[in-house]
Write a protein that binds this ligand. Structure first.
Ligand code: NAD
Length: 496
């Protein structure tokens, strides 16, 4: 199919208070197409002044017409936004493929999923209510679930629109207003989102979009005293900085950070199935996903056979141009990310781990941030290759002998986002799932991320949960109201 978007693209304004406004600094961010290494779009750059304007707009909207809408009407608007994203899926998918290098087959799927996410949370909007508490006779005690207020949403570059829907869905369903800061590497689809928010009919200021750099726009949002909550997806070191800034007014926080996810194949597993899923789990999105199964633990009795199947499967992965329908994985999103992956590949070679596949730039790609799917076997679980998040297509395979050893090695990491295991033994499935220190454990599948399933990290992988009703609760305050209706006067403790 021919491409539908033209380039270069220019977005000279920010989306604040329902209007397109020039950025205070007059500056723009240049966005690079990672498959050609050329600038293909420019986007207005927000600074601290713009962030402040956006926060004021969000505060005004919080108390304005947005607050007067019924929850069902809020839900209808969220639903409409999802439908508009689905309508424009092809165009939005192309824009994201150009911006971050992900293949069209993935970005198309992500647009549909963004719509599905919004549909789920649209349905939640009128199912949020408190409870009555019979705490004593002659009193009516109840809780109100109130929106937490103005939400600053700070996003990464790996799945822009999809992650916008993870934040906007529950924030809007609960009646919050949002200032959204997309990642500086991939700001384009957020600008299209602004137009869709207007078209959906949201009141002005409910969602404001301020692309900008982390150390300026992001930091200003995190520190702003009138922002009530920060929802952040990105690296845990950034989360630590945000946490320090957010302390200024004790902002509520939810963080989705990185992972070094263990994927365990026991000897009684369906090996073919496990290897197919483990290959996809390790290499999809060029490894640029928080949930990549980057540490594969294989029981020693099936180790050599599993490695053979893995290498066969991974060798079939087609690295290619993002807009080519045949491409399985595209380039890295940035030169920095490619350099980081290459550093880990060199480290793995120097450390003497067995390089089974890849390890270099694929043939035929002189330009672009491309790298081959890479597999190292016999990796030491204590090494940097097995402990640090690479965010690239580099799989570390590690043998183990016993169940206890597999669990101990899987948990021996600072992260705890996703874990997977393959076994036909139902007792082992429950035992191991209970012991893994991870927010999501999958058995005989990998990483079932879905709007209904709470998602988030243990340890350095995050705080709070996205998705499901757990996500809704992250955007609510509980207010307790007690109305005393006793006819008899209360005793006077100061009477004598
Ligand atoms: P990053 O932390 O560098 O940047 C994320 C966002 O934070 C960007 O918008 C950036 O501008 C902003 N930022 C940077 N410094 C800031 C500061 N001082 N104050 C406020 N904002 C600041 O992360 P990234 O490189 O864009 O994304 C990759 C990371 O995201 C990986 O660690 C990955 O695992 C994680 N991630 C996690 C999930 C999840 O759901 N758990 C999903 C996707 C990505």
């Amino acid at each position: 199919m021919a491409t539908v978007v033209e380039s270069p693209r220019e977005y000279a304004q920010l989306f604040i208070a329902g209007e397109w406004v020039a950025p205070h600094s007059g500056r723009t961010i240049a966005s690079i197409d990672p498959s050609s290494e050329e600038i293909w779009a420019s986007v207005a750059e927000a600074d601290e002044v713009d962030v402040d304007r956006a926060v004021v707009a969000a505060r005004d909207a919080l108390r304005g017409p947005w607050a007067r809408l019924t929850p069902s009407a809020r839900g209808a608007l969220i639903h409409r936004l999802g439908a508009l994203i689905a309508r424009d899926a092809r165009k939005l998918a192309e824009l994201e493929s150009r911006d971050n290098g992900k293949p069209l087959r993935d970005t198309l799927g992500e647009m549909q999923r963004a719509a599905d996410w919004l549909t789920f949370f649209a349905g939640a909007a009128d199912k949020i209510y408190g409870e009555t508490i019979p705490y004593k006779p002659d009193a009516h005690a109840f809780t109100r679930r109130e929106p937490v207020g103005v939400v600053g949403a700070i996003l990464p570059w790996n799945s822009p629109m999809s992650l916008y829907s993870w934040k906007l869905g529950p924030a809007l369903a609960t009646g919050c207003t949002v200032v959204l800061k997309p990642a500086e590497l991939t700001p384009v689809s957020a600008m299209e989102l602004g137009a869709l928010i207007t078209e959906a009919g949201f009141p002005a200021g409910v969602v404001n979009i301020v692309p900008g750099y982390g150390h300026t726009a992001g930091a200003a949002l995190a520190a702003h005293p009138k922002v009530n909550k920060i929802t952040f997806t990105g690296e845990h070191r950034t989360a630590q900085e945000i946490m320090r800034s957010a302390a200024v007014n004790l902002k509520r926080i939810s963080f989705e950070c990185g992972g070094k996810s263990p994927h365990i194949i026991f000897e009684d597993a369906d090996l073919e199935r496990a290897a197919t899923v483990a290959t996809h789990g390790a290499f999809r999105s060029t490894g640029q996903s928080c949930s990549i199964g980057s540490r594969l633990f294989v029981q020693r009795s099936i180790y050599d056979r599993t490695i053979d199947v893995l290498v066969q499967r991974a060798a079939r992965i087609r690295v290619g141009m993002p807009l080519d329908a045949a491409t399985h994985i595209g380039p890295h999103t940035s030169a920095e990310q490619l350099a980081k992956t290459n550093r880990y590949i060199e480290y793995g070679k120097d450390a003497g781990f067995r390089l089974l596949l890849g390890g270099k730039r694929p043939a035929g790609f002189e330009r672009g941030y491309f790298v081959e799917p890479t597999i190292f076997a016999d990796v030491d679980n204590g090494s940097r290759l097995a402990q640090e998040e690479i965010f690239g297509p580099v799989l570390a395979v590690i043998p183990f002998d016993t169940e206890a050893e597999a669990v101990a090695m899987a948990n021996d990491t600072q992260y705890g986002l996703v874990a997977g295991l393959w076994t036909r033994d139902v007792g082992r499935a429950h035992r191991v799932a209970a012991q893994l220190e991870s927010g999501l454990v999958s058995v005989n599948t990998y990483r079932p991320v879905h709007w209904m399933l709470p998602y988030g990290g243990y340890k350095m992988s995050g705080i709070g949960r996205e998705n499901g009703f757990d996500a809704v609760n992250e955007y609510l305050e509980t207010k307790t109201v007690v109305i005393d209706y006793a006819e008899a006067p209360p005793p006077d403790p100061f009477a004598d």
